[in-house]
Design a protein around this ligand. Structure first.
Ligand code: G4P
Length: 292
């Protein structure tokens, strides 16, 4: 609906925090030791949150694609993405890592994938049945949540193993899996404004990077196209007016975002819309669409 993406284009393309190089270095350093990679994406944006150019780096490492935050996604749409990635050969798990034991599915899958390798090790006379896992993903997808869950509340730091550089350590988990305490933080190449706005909507890009109003309007547009019931329920709007000002005035009055003289506080309206997703008031949404 509102097509002005000029500001977004400029700010997004110039955005590169330089951490990607650090993560690539981490993977290269640990490469030989890593048995399996847990790649986490956000189930609400299964396309926008997936890093494509990491494949070369990970080469033939077994991988589990973890679609996290299943409790917040639109299951019908996200399941289409799950089968799409499965068809591409990924081991995919749809989970809610904030939910009790959902992370156990990852452990089960890990053993399923690693059985052959573990048997080979045994045949070669190697006694160690330990599996070393690395967690990767863009910001805010649940990397720390997974590490903490797997390591349990009392993290048993088993220190550095021979051949492991000093600052990083492998955390012991309740299973035979050792997990690297530092996740690999990936930063997406934001190829289109749509991807940037999706990432910002789900809190994976820092708020300062994109204009707040562009992100908020993006969210409203998505609700208008895919989830008109939520638009009605949350903002009492049947559908979006062509004129963004009218929409902002309406929401501003509804939430009492007024400045002196009865003017609408537009920034407050934008922040409220963005925060409605962050606070999980707005859920059951998937912004990336996979054609049937
Ligand atoms: P990161 O390391 O990849 O950056 O992500 P992190 O684990 O810090 O998780 C980011 C936020 O997402 C956290 O909320 C976390 O609780 C939440 N989260 C992780 N997995 C799930 C999930 O499956 N479902 C839901 N609904 N939320 C999930 P936060 O508000 O930033 O922190 P906190 O309140 O949990 O401390």
């Amino acid at each position: 609906m509102y097509e002005n993406n000029n500001g977004v284009n400029k700010s997004v393309i110039n955005w590169y925090p330089g951490h990607m190089a650090k993560t690539k270095k981490l993977i290269k350093e640990k490469y030989k030791l890593i048995d399996i990679v847990y790649e986490i994406i956000d189930a609400r944006i299964p396309y926008s949150s997936k890093i494509i150019d990491i494949d070369e780096l990970l080469q033939d490492k077994p991988r589990i694609l973890i679609m996290n935050k299943s409790d917040l996604c639109d299951l019908k749409e996200t399941l289409k993405w799950q089968s799409y990635y499965e068809k591409q050969g990924y081991n995919v798990l749809l989970v809610n890592l904030n939910h009790g034991n959902d992370y156990q599915k990852i452990i089960t899958k890990t053993y399923e994938i690693m059985t052959e390798k573990l048997n080979n090790r045994k045949q070669k006379g190697l006694t160690s049945q330990e599996i070393r896992a690395l967690v990767i993903g863009i910001p805010n997808v649940g990397k720390s949540t997974l590490i903490n869950k797997m390591a349990g509340k009392k993290v048993a730091n088993i220190g550095n193993k021979p051949g492991v550089t000093t600052s990083l350590s492998w955390l012991k988990t309740k299973s035979n899996i050792l997990i690297l305490d530092t996740p690999g933080i990936l930063y997406p190449k934001i190829k289109t404004p749509e991807i940037g706005l999706n990432l910002a909507s789900m809190g994976s890009i820092k708020e300062e990077i994109l204009p707040l109003d562009e992100v908020a309007i993006h969210i409203l547009n998505k609700l208008n196209s895919y989830y008109p019931d939520i638009l009605k329920e949350e903002y009492n709007l049947e559908k979006l007016d062509e004129d963004a000002e009218i929409v902002y005035n309406h929401i501003g009055h509804k939430i009492g975002a007024l400045i002196s003289g009865g003017e609408i506080d537009y920034e407050k309206v934008s922040k409220k819309i963005i925060n409605d997703i962050k606070s999980e008031k707005i859920k059951n949404i998937t912004f990336d669409r996979k054609d049937d």
